[in-house]
Write a protein that binds this ligand. Structure first.
Ligand SMILES: C[S@@+](CC[C@H](N)C(=O)[O-])C[C@H]1O[C@@H](n2cnc3c(N)ncnc32)[C@H](O)[C@@H]1O
Length: 294
């Protein structure tokens, strides 16, 4: 009897998975035919780069939000490991992932308002592939997993700063699940006062010296001083010529922070060509080029 009910349960969950798979395949089919350009996400009110279509006013989902949220959660929990494993194995095979995989990752991760968008992820991946040495990240999430995947094949290590304990646990669980926890380190780094601004407490974080790349996507905008603390606090751990990839460089606040770093510490600033306004701040090449702290 028990065995029979187990079999029924297994059959039901199999058929559930088959249904989800069918919806996904159908959505991908629609996408290929241009009927559903955002993929499955857009059925639930999301665009292909993961932004909410409802808030952009371009499209209203016909599905009530409760059902939509429930379906989104089901879909994300089922889909993210599959999309991420596909991305990981492509990277591990030394191949270039299809650009569409980034939209799938953003949608399946399901933290659209906060996670790095497709262009920032792609830009980070290209920078990690192009260099060597340890990487620092400010603000963990989808970018941590994506960068850790690439870092693992490049023999690089990632140190990600995260102030939010609950979020940090979630990201750590994902790193554990995909076997990336030896490459990516996620120390507990609450936000603390550093005088004129708040920034991560890195005293116990064991961040190595000689960081060659910084992925700067936090702390959140509401933090006193925003992201400005990176250079004053971490400059001694940055290698000469280290590149800081400042996300959201389209915002006035981020522009001013980068310009102030340049004025206070020297170095150069360039804007990337992705159209998203990612600013690349390059630390001076020689120690002599580093201006004394103002
Ligand atoms: C811009 S997010 C960083 C996103 C990360 N780079 C990624 O790709 O997912 C900056 C910070 O917001 C916080 N955060 C992430 N998701 C959040 C959410 N859904 N609600 C509130 N805060 C969130 C985390 O503490 C994170 O470090």
């Amino acid at each position: 009897m028990l065995q029979r009910s187990r079999k029924v349960c297994a059959a039901k969950s199999d058929s559930g998975i088959r249904k989800l798979r069918a919806v996904w395949t159908q959505a991908r089919g629609f996408q290929a035919w241009g009927l559903c350009p955002g993929g499955l996400g857009s059925l639930f009110g999301r665009s292909s780069n993961g932004r909410s279509l409802v808030s952009h006013g371009t499209h209203m989902s016909l599905i009530p939000w409760r059902i939509r949220n429930y379906c989104n959660k089901l879909y994300q929990g089922w889909m993210f490991p599959r999309v991420f494993r596909r991305f990981l194995s492509t990277i591990q095979a030394g191949k270039v992932p299809d650009p569409s995989v980034y939209s799938q990752l953003v949608v399946a991760w399901g933290n659209v308002s906060f996670s790095a968008d497709t262009r920032y992820l792609q830009f980070c991946v290209s920078q990690v592939q192009a260099g060597s040495g340890p990487i620092l990240e400010c603000g963990s999430g989808l970018s941590t997993l994506v960068v850790a995947a690439v870092a693992s094949v490049r023999g690089r290590e990632l140190y990600s700063l995260e102030h939010h304990a609950g979020w940090r646990e979630k990201v750590q669980r994902e790193l554990d699940r995909f076997g990336l926890n030896t490459v990516a380190h996620l120390p507990s780094t609450p936000l603390v006062s550093h005088g004129d601004f708040d920034w991560y407490d890195v005293a116990q974080a064991n961040i190595p010296a000689g960081l060659t790349l910084v992925i700067c996507d936090a702390p959140p905008h509401s933090t006193r001083g925003g992201r400005s603390g990176l250079m004053p606090v971490m400059r001694k751990s940055l290698a000469p010529g280290c590149r800081v990839l400042m996300d959201d460089g389209i915002r006035q606040g981020e522009k001013e922070i980068v310009r102030k770093w340049q004025a206070d510490f020297g170095g150069t600033v360039t804007e990337d060509m992705t159209g998203k306004g990612i600013l690349v701040y390059k630390v001076p090449e020689g120690v002599s080029g580093l201006k004394p702290v103002g």
